[in-house]
Unconditional design. Structure first.
Lengths: 159, 84
């Protein structure tokens, strides 16, 4: 099996997400399954009419935290490769802000690892989203806070 | 010691700046710097419960000791991805 580094792709990009690039990265002759997840900007949120989203990140740390998620997924499930891409800046309605691709020998592991990766990405990767809606703007998460769940993730890692 | 502070997202907008250099006493921890900031901006107390901290781009807690030239980032609740 190739080393971990060559089995994980993490991208943070100002451009449109290229899903095919992620699929090409995870393609593997020993894989019998590939799963992909694409998260897109929805036109409503909590009853607000959304105009667009704007993402920013902590450069360097965001890539590091994404790589950790990839390494965790490789350690937990018998998957071949994993690729993740997150877009920054303005993302219009219907466009992709995040995409994940996973390959595995069998579909169960590919689905599970992909699900895990998107959930973890939302908890630990320092990326922030501002929602511009009709009548205002809002940093998502800043009202309720996600630190509680972040601490839970850390505790699980230590256990 | 000189420490670089970085602010993101809602915190950056609240403070009106994305980074600053700050002189802190030897032995200072992440919590020491946070208390200093709160004294200057009492409104920050409202975000304390949801804030995370990173030094040298790794999550740490408030007791983490700082070293000269460290970069300390204040991380409001993250919200990458989509709420799908």
């Amino acid at each position: 099996m190739p080393d971990e580094h060559s089995r994980i792709l993490c991208k943070i990009t100002q451009d449109s997400i290229d899903l095919q690039e992620l699929i090409d990265f995870v393609a593997d002759p020993s894989a019998g399954a590939m799963t992909t997840f694409v998260g897109t900007t929805r036109n409503t949120n909590d009853g607000r009419r959304v105009i667009r989203l704007e993402y920013e990140c902590y450069p360097g740390m965001a890539e590091k935290e994404m790589s950790k998620i990839g390494a965790e997924a490789l350690a937990r499930w018998p998957i071949k490769k994993i690729a993740m891409s997150h877009r920054l800046g303005q993302v219009d309605i219907g466009e992709a802000s995040v995409a994940i691709a996973v390959s595995a020998g069998h579909r169960h592991a590919a689905f599970e690892a992909c699900h895990y990766a998107i959930n973890q990405l939302k908890e630990t990767v320092p990326i922030w989203k501002k929602e511009l809606y009709e009548g205002g703007e809002l940093w998502i998460g800043a009202q309720t806070g996600t630190t509680g769940s972040f601490q839970r993730v850390q505790e699980e890692d230590r256990a | 010691m000189r420490i670089k502070l970085r602010f993101f997202a809602s915190l950056r907008e609240r403070l009106g700046r994305s980074e600053e250099m700050r002189e802190v006493p030897p032995g200072a921890t992440v919590g020491t710097v946070w208390e200093l900031l709160k004294r200057e901006h009492p409104e920050l107390a409202a975000v304390e419960r949801s804030l995370a901290f990173a030094v040298a781009q790794e999550y740490v807690d408030k007791t983490h000791p700082l070293q000269d030239n460290d970069e300390l980032a204040f991380i409001p609740p993250v919200s990458g991805g989509v709420d799908a």
